[in-house]
Design a protein around this ligand. Structure first.
Ligand code: FES
Length: 243
């Protein structure tokens, strides 16, 4: 007697298992408390975290301020920034400026000014970082500060949607999305199994056909051989009887 598990039943078991592990995460309450205590200890040793938009959630990281962030009111010389060209970055309503030397990579200048630019390939091929400078499109990932100008204005594309991290592993949305993904996987699994079965049957039919034809050929060849043998013996008999 063979025990085979139906694909749908198997997939349902998998979904149940995934659901249990996603809600409890294989973490005992004691372990969870230890983690929370560790986090609280870590937090107490650091400076005040940034304010969170989500009530109840306190991120454990803190953004380090750059010189550009801290140096409000200081002039570029005091900050130690050298350069002869005033570079202004504009993104929406925000403007950031710094000084740069001719030929200095714009990418570095943007970092120096604290200007965020979204990069893709980083070598001037994809166009993700494209910005407008003096009526021309430039690619800050590879372009440099031009020579012979006192000031350049680089208009950086606005970010369409800033992705925000939920900050927590589990949320109601993630639960439903997880369930939806599992459901999709289950449907895909059943479809795949059905297609595989059809393919298998088709292959078996084809192999049966080949086997049948081979048998037929073998049988015909055998008959031909027998006929040839019978003809040969008849000829021998006739030859021996003739005077
Ligand atoms: S990052 Fe790809 S072109 Fe600049």
């Amino acid at each position: 007697m063979s025990y085979s598990l139906h694909p749908i039943l198997l997939a349902a078991c998998l979904v149940l298992l995934l659901f249990v592990t996603s809600t409890h995460g294989f973490q005992s309450p004691a372990a969870a408390t230890t983690t929370n205590n560790k986090r609280a200890l870590w937090m107490s040793e650091t400076e005040t975290p940034p304010p969170s938009s989500k009530s109840g959630y306190v991120p454990k990281w803190k953004k380090k301020k750059t010189l550009a962030d801290e140096g409000d009111g200081m002039d570029f010389k005091d900050k130690g920034i050298k350069g002869t060209i005033n570079v202004v970055f504009q993104q929406g309503d925000e403007t950031k400026s710094t000084m740069a030397m001719p030929g200095q990579p714009l990418r570095d200048v943007a970092t120096q000014a604290g200007q965020f630019i979204k990069y893709g390939c980083g070598k001037g091929e994809c166009g993700t970082c494209e910005a407008m400078c003096d009526g021309k499109w430039i690619r800050p990932c590879k372009d440099v500060v031009p020579v012979g100008q006192d000031e350049i204005v680089v208009t950086v594309k606005e970010i369409a949607s800033k992705t925000t991290s939920s900050g927590t592993f589990f949320s109601v949305k993630s639960f439903f999305m997880g369930f939806y993904n599992n459901l999709l996987g289950m449907v895909g699994f059943v479809k795949y199994r059905r297609n595989a079965k059809e393919n298998w049957n088709e292959r078996q039919e084809y192999e049966d056909l080949i086997r049948q034809k081979t048998e037929e050929k073998k049988r015909l060849r055998k008959l031909q051989k027998q006929a040839a043998k019978a003809n040969g013996s008849n000829n021998d008999t006739n030859g021996s009887l003739s005077p």
